[in-house]
Design a protein around this ligand. Structure first.
Ligand SMILES: O=C(O)CCC(=O)C(=O)O
Ligand SMILES: [Fe+2]
Length: 318
C-alpha cells in the first residue's frame, strides 16, 4: 500500500527545496495521504485505555490533549510517510549534508490551548529549552482532520530569512499583530494535507475557543546533523519489523547509531491527567482493587486444601 496518493510521486524535490529556502519557507500538498493510511494513523490517537503498569506504548494525556509520541513503534503508515523515497529526495535537495529525524508525534489540539508564535530550530538540555540554532531543518505537518477557520496552522511567509534576529523561544502575539498581521497565512486544507515548513519559519496553531472541537495532526521534523550538538533530537522507539529497507542512508536518517538525548515530548505522568481522566481511571481500577482485596482475605481465611481445589476449578484448561 502506498501511503501517499499518486500525485506525490510526480512532485519535484528541487522545486520544493527552493520554496523552503529561497522562497516563502513553506510548501503545501493538499489531500495527499491515501485513505487507508489516514484511517490507520487516526486509529493510533484514540485513547483505548490509560497505560498503567502496561508494557505497550500508546496514547498519553497532557493538558486535555491526546498525544502518541512513538508513532514509529506502532504505525507502519507513519513509518512509510517518514521514510518515503520522495520525502528523502526532498531532504537530499534541501540539506547540504547528513540529516536525521529529530521528533515525531500524533496529537490532538484542544480549545483554549495557547501555542505562541515560534520557530522549531530549538536546542534543549534534557527537557529544558537552551536556545536557537542556525542549522537547517524541515517540519512535515499532516492534517488528519479537515481544517478551515478553526485552529489552522498559521505562518509568516519569508520569516525564516529574518527570525534569527530574535533569540527568545516565543514571539509575543502583540509583536506579530503589530508588525506582521497583514502577512499571516492560515493554512485551510482538507484532512490528509501536508505542510512542509522551514524550521526557522515563524508559525503557530491558531488558538480557538470551540469546546469539543479537536484537530488531529501528525508531524515529524528532520534536522541537519549537529557536530557540535551531539545528542540533538528526541529518543525514538522504532519497530524493527517496519524497517524493510536497511540501506545505511535510511538507517542514519532514522538515527540508528546516533545519540539522541532529549526526552520524548510531552513529559507526562498522573499529574498531567485531567480530573475526568483520573475519575475514569479510578472507575476502572476500583473494581479490580476490591476483587484483589476480597481474594487476599479469602486466601488468608481458607485452608490450603480448599484453595488448591478452588485453583483447579478456575485454572484455564491446557
Ligand atoms: O499544530 C500546529 O499547527 C503546530 C504545531 C507546532 O508548531 C509544534 O508542535 O511545534
Ligand atoms: Fe512548531
Amino acid at each position: 500500500m502506498d501511503v501517499y496518493r499518486a500525485a506525490f510521486n510526480s512532485c519535484n524535490p528541487i522545486e520544493i527545496a527552493q520554496a523552503l529556502t529561497t522562497g516563502d519557507g513553506y510548501y503545501l500538498f493538499e489531500d495527499i495521504i491515501a485513505e487507508d493510511a489516514l484511517a490507520e494513523i487516526l486509529s493510533c490517537i484514540e485513547l483505548k485505555e490509560y497505560l498503567v503498569n502496561n508494557n505497550n506504548v500508546g496514547v498519553v494525556r497532557a493538558s486535555s490533549m491526546n498525544f502518541h509520541s512513538h508513532t514509529l513503534a506502532v504505525s507502519k503508515c507513519c513509518y512509510d510517510l517518514v521514510t518515503h523515497e520522495k520525502v528523502r529526495a526532498i531532504c537530499s535537495s534541501f540539506f547540504a549534508g547528513p540529516h536525521k529525524i529529530s521528533n515525531q508525534r500524533i496529537f490532538e489540539t484542544h480549545t483554549k490551548a495557547h501555542m505562541p508564535w515560534h520557530t522549531d530550530n530549538n536546542l534543549q538540555d534534557g527537557n529544558t529549552f537552551k536556545g536557537k540554532h542556525e542549522l537547517p531543518g524541515i517540519l512535515f505537518l499532516f492534517y488528519l482532520s479537515d481544517v478551515s477557520e478553526i485552529n489552522p496552522f498559521q505562518l509568516i511567509p519569508g520569516s525564516h530569512k529574518w527570525s534569527a534576529q530574535h533569540n527568545q523561544r516565543f514571539f509575543a502575539d502583540k509583536y506579530i499583530d503589530q508588525t506582521h498581521s497583514a502577512d499571516i497565512v492560515s493554512v485551510q486544507a482538507p484532512k490528509g494535507s501536508l505542510i512542509l515548513c522551514n524550521t526557522h519559519l515563524i508559525h503557530r496553531a491558531k488558538p480557538f475557543d470551540v469546546p469539543g472541537f479537536k484537530r488531529k495532526t501528525f508531524l515529524f521534523q528532520i534536522d541537519a546533523l549537529f557536530e557540535n550538538h551531539l545528542g540533538h533530537g528526541e529518543q525514538l522507539l522504532i519497530n524493527p519489523s517496519f524497517v524493510d529497507n536497511t540501506d545505511p542512508a535510511i538507517l542514519s536518517y532514522l538515527g540508528f547509531g546516533l545519540k539522541a538525548s532529549y526526552p520524548t515530548f510531552p513529559q507526562t505522568s498522573v499529574a498531567t491527567m485531567s480530573l475526568q481522566d483520573l475519575w475514569l481511571l479510578q472507575k476502572n481500577i476500583l473494581p479490580k482493587t476490591i476483587r484483589g482485596l476480597a481474594l487476599s482475605v479469602l486466601k488468608k481465611a481458607l485452608p490450603s486444601t480448599a484453595l488448591i481445589r478452588l485453583k483447579n476449578l478456575t485454572a484455564p484448561k491446557p
